[in-house]
Design a protein. Structure first.
Length: 112
């Protein structure tokens, strides 16, 4: 996993699977960055990932709840077919926005 901060947006680049093996690490790193950098929006970038399980869904929902309470937004980008399917089946698509690229998401967030 890599993280980048651009303005008030945290970009989490998921390397490998977003599953029970690395969900807690991603959660902790994201939460520290959200608090320390006054993050308003979170982008989950799946360009280097091909799978997500229920632990990953929990990580995304938890970060969504954390920032949405402060008026922020969360999205996912670069979804492959497998992650897209999990996104749809789990209902994540109803609360977590999707964009093709990080740049598309940043443009939308900055247009607020």
């Amino acid at each position: 996993m890599q993280v980048k901060v651009k303005g008030n947006t945290l970009i989490i680049i998921v390397n490998g699977d977003l599953d029970h093996h690395n969900a807690e690490i991603i959660k902790n790193v994201a939460d520290v960055n959200i608090m320390e950098n006054k993050i308003r929006n979170v982008i989950f970038d799946f360009k280097n990932s091909s799978f997500m399980d229920s632990s990953g869904i929990g990580v995304m929902m938890g970060r969504y709840k954390l920032i949405s309470n402060a008026g922020g937004r969360a999205c996912a980008v670069n979804l492959n077919q497998a992650v897209e399917r999990i996104f749809q089946i789990s209902g994540l698509h109803k609360v977590i926005e999707k964009y093709d690229t990080v740049e598309d998401a940043l443009k939308e967030f900055n247009a607020e």
